[in-house]
Design a protein around this ligand. Structure first.
Ligand SMILES: [Mg+2]
Length: 150
């Protein structure tokens, strides 16, 4: 099973000190924002666990501000150095990614994705309705460990 995992809001914590989508949009425009992010609890171990059983790619929308691309690249090399270039996809929208499952905290990415979408809980999507939602990495790895081995 190929599993595409979103970076912002699923692996990297973009919501520390952020209360609204507008505030997040503004913060992202500051160079240094993406480099300074902390990993979300359990995410680094979780990505590794999933990668032991599945074909995992980290997929990030990184084309909207120019510093995002380089900062995200360095961030992944720092926090997930074993991942390697074959497992990183930087793109505009994720609908172009060929994967069976997409884990994302943004509803619009899931709505356009042709495979199975899992909404990862974040402070800004608490009121979004989606058939498959997980509250964090513990639940996510538990559920996905039941999927068929690739
Ligand atoms: Mg996200």
């Amino acid at each position: 099973v190929r599993i595409a995992i979103d970076m912002d809001g699923v692996i990297a914590d973009v919501y520390a000190g952020i209360a609204t989508a507008d505030a997040l949009g503004e913060a992202m425009r500051e160079p240094g924002f993406f480099s300074g992010l902390k990993p979300i609890d359990g995410s680094l171990r979780g990505v590794r666990e999933l990668a032991q059983k599945h074909d995992v790619v980290v997929v990030s929308s990184a084309m909207y501000v120019s510093h995002a691309l380089a900062e995200k690249h360095v961030w992944l090399a720092t926090y997930l150095p074993w991942l390697g270039p074959d497992r990183i996809v930087f793109c505009g929208k994720k609908r172009v990614v060929a994967a069976d499952v997409l884990i994302d905290d943004s509803l619009y990415q899931l709505e356009e994705f042709p495979g199975h979408g899992i909404l990862f809980a974040s402070p800004l999507n608490a009121n979004d309705a989606w058939p498959h939602r997980v509250e964090g990495w513990a639940q996510l790895t538990l559920e996905l460990s039941a999927y068929a081995v690739r």
